[in-house]
Design a protein around this ligand. Sequence first.
Ligand SMILES: Cc1ncc(C[n+]2csc(CCOP(=O)(O)OP(=O)(O)O)c2C)c(N)n1
Ligand code: SF4
Ligand SMILES: [Mg+2]
Length: 294
Amino acid sequence: MTTQQPAYKISDYRTDESSWWCPGCGDFGVLAALQKAVMELAIAPENVAIVAGIGCSGKIGNYINSYNIHTTHGRTMPVALGVKLANRELTVIAAGGDGDGYAIGMGHFVHALRRNPNITYVVMDNQIYGLTKGQVSPTSMEGFETRSTPAGSIEHPIRPLQMAIATGATFVAQGFSSKQKQLVEIFKQAITHRGFSLVNTISPCVTFNKVNTYDYFKTELTDLETIAGYDPTNRTMAIETLMAHHERVTGIIYRKPESVPFEDRLPGFRADGLATRPLELNEREFDQIVMSYR
Ligand SMILES: Cc1ncc(C[n+]2csc(CCOP(=O)(O)OP(=O)(O)O)c2C)c(N)n1
Ligand code: SF4
Ligand SMILES: [Mg+2]
């Protein structure tokens, strides 16, 4: 009997670039889980497109053998949507930090939620701005002392998971970078979900956040699988559970059973994207376009 060889090895998803991250950074765990998820789903590296934001987290695209656009700060969503519309064959994964997605990128995030394109959005949430050396972020806790809030933050943190569900998200999950098995499973389900999937990953910054550490989260987080009767298809239950646990949960929080991606609903769009279509126009088509602008 011959054993079937897996289509890809984990090394197929690695690059030669040496890591820039501090030893112990939570982003290593996110990277490892993402590589394992695409490998287990047998998605060829050339069919993966990472659209990364600016931040320590945004470097993730450099370390995954795939297409990679390191876009500008807060702009992963529109770029990822453009990539998906142009080439439907690609598994499009947007990735960035809590600052990138929930501060400067918040407007784009909200509209991505209500559009529901077939994109997976991985937010590496360390509750701080890591790359710029430790300023307060939208998910920082009230009272949190940082270089930009020496007397403690006077703002309360946003609740991205409740907000996502309330805005119409069709898939919302949260993982912890040191809980690999669960994170791999979450990524696999997020990537195969037809529509927008938000995966907020708790990814500790060991250098600038000395409060929200690995040890802190080991006692803070509740695995949804341990909550008897938890039903991720029940929207009300999802929001109530997030409220009760101050969003400190891991697992699939909400999944809408029926989800039709944005690109499938776009009027005038065919099943294929621009990338696979001949782009030459004949003279008549060209004249028609010119005339339409008169
Ligand atoms: C338009 C713009 N504004 C501000 C910055 C400076 N900047 C770079 S990364 C960053 C925030 C990083 O925090 P986060 O998104 O949480 O990522 P992390 O480094 O924590 O992974 C900021 C404010 C920038 N590069 N571009
Ligand atoms: S500063 Fe923080 S987020 Fe950035 S690489 Fe170091 S540990 Fe990671
Ligand atoms: Mg951050």
